[in-house]
Design a protein. Structure first.
Length: 174
């Protein structure tokens, strides 16, 4: 797969980076609304009312540790604000953290870890936005996108609050 377009609202530094950390690791779930508002305001492209938002799933272990999936919280707020709908249709196998891995290691790390929870007719012919908090190499979104395309989606794009500075072997272009 060549990759899917990914739109990120702002760069991961300063306040946006702090929002991601506090939402993801400090239990500050209310920041999902702030993240969604920033995405609505600063993203170059946004979902339409007929589009479906699919959050990147957390692994069972991560969800148990945190008590929630930050991407699902953001997707829910975005759906409300954009008039679209959010469907939590993917599951994720346990895998090592992506933090600190190179592009090639990140891509290998997420290969084949996403699966459909069950068949969902709503995805057939739909335009889907995969929602996550941060894009570094977009390997996670790319891997999840393939599962959605294989399930009948017409198109898949990614939407994140933040993106990390371009690395030498990243597919992110500023």
């Amino acid at each position: 797969m060549k990759g899917v377009p990914v739109y990120s609202a702002v760069m991961y530094h300063g306040l946006p980076g702090e929002i991601v950390v506090r939402l993801k690791f400090n239990g500050e779930k209310h920041l999902a609304t702030t993240a969604a508002k920033m995405m609505m305001r600063y993203s170059m492209k946004l979902p339409g009312s007929n589009d479906i938002l699919v959050p990147i799933p957390a692994s069972k272990r991560r969800k148990r540790e945190r008590g929630y999936n930050q991407a699902a919280l953001i997707a829910g707020r975005l759906a409300y604000m954009s008039g679209s709908r959010s469907l939590d249709v993917l599951t994720k196998d346990e895998s090592p953290s992506q933090v600190g891995l190179s592009f090639s290691r990140r891509r290998k790390n997420v290969e084949g870890i996403f699966h459909m929870k069950s068949r969902n007719r709503a995805l057939s012919g739909a335009d889907i936005w995969i929602v996550d908090d941060v894009a570094t190499t977009c390997s996670t979104i790319d891997s999840a996108a393939q599962v959605l395309l294989d399930s009948g989606a017409r198109s898949v794009m990614g939407l994140t609050l933040t993106y990390r500075k371009r690395m030498t072997d990243s597919i992110i272009h500023q």
